[in-house]
Write a protein that binds this ligand. Structure first.
Ligand SMILES: [Zn+2]
Ligand SMILES: [Zn+2]
Ligand SMILES: [Zn+2]
Length: 246
């Protein structure tokens, strides 16, 4: 199977509209755009989306079979793409955390999407994958996902301001091979709805992951890192990052 990122930025995306910071200018000059954090898994020629925040995701995967969406939460940068994907001619199951409102009129006009509410720690199978939703601390009910393929275990953990003790213990017991964790902020911000890169690095250490990466970066965080020549223990990844898992 393969995991690949379609975006790794925060909700603003990079470049931010009319922002003249060094990072946004650099992206503009190179013609680069990094949209909100969104990944996908390809297994046996089928697609499983990890979040669905990119508006034209239905076009990106036109002609491909999307079997499921593992939604972390109903913030627009993670579910905007469902507004168009719901008109698919194919039935798609969306697993999501408990949320009465959802986003926009998604629950009212479901079209091709079947919504299934997750129960933390209750695993389910999709194709050859075993998926376990877990709870993350954020401004809205949010799930991370532990994804097991054969003996390989990966964790997709966005958006996240922290993880409760029992969930940390659960993840540790799994011996995670590969983890992606929210590190939206730089070290000047120590409280909010996301982690900064120091907090995220500490948490990846605590989870004892074999390989860890930072995601959901904001342009100000990347600018701070660049200007202060900060070398963090775990690296931020960019759009296009992928891993093949045998
Ligand atoms: Zn987000
Ligand atoms: Zn900027
Ligand atoms: Zn969020």
């Amino acid at each position: 199977m393969r995991i690949e990122f379609l975006g790794t930025a925060d909700s603003a995306g990079i470049p931010v509209h009319n922002c003249k910071c060094e990072i946004c200018n650099c992206y503009r000059q190179k013609g680069l755009i990094n949209l909100s954090t969104n990944a996908f898994i390809k297994i046996n020629d089928k697609i499983i989306l990890l979040d669905c925040g990119i508006e034209n995701i239905s076009n990106i995967f036109d002609g491909k079979e999307i079997i499921a969406v593992l939604l972390t939460h109903f913030h627009s940068d993670h579910c905007l793409g469902l507004l168009r994907l719901r008109h698919s001619k194919q039935n798609i199951t969306c697993f999501h955390p408990k949320d009465k409102e959802g986003f926009s009129d998604l629950f009212k006009h479901k079209h091709s999407i079947t919504y299934i509410e997750n129960k933390p720690f209750e695993s389910f199978k999709i194709d050859e994958l075993l998926i376990t939703p877990i709870s993350l601390i954020h401004s809205k009910n949010t799930n991370g996902y532990l994804i097991e393929y054969k003996n390989f275990k990966l964790a997709y953990l966005t958006d996240c301001a922290g993880i409760k003790f029992e969930t940390i213990e659960f993840l540790k017991s799994k011996n995670i091979d590969l983890a992606f964790l929210d590190a939206c902020y730089d070290e000047r911000k120590i409280q909010g709805n996301h982690l900064n890169y120091l907090q995220a690095s500490k948490l990846l250490d605590e989870l004892e992951v074999k390989e860890g990466y930072l995601i959901h970066a904001s342009h100000t965080t990347l600018e701070y890192i660049k200007n202060n020549k900060i070398v963090s223990k775990y690296k931020y990844i960019n759009k296009g990052f992928f891993k093949e898992i045998k």
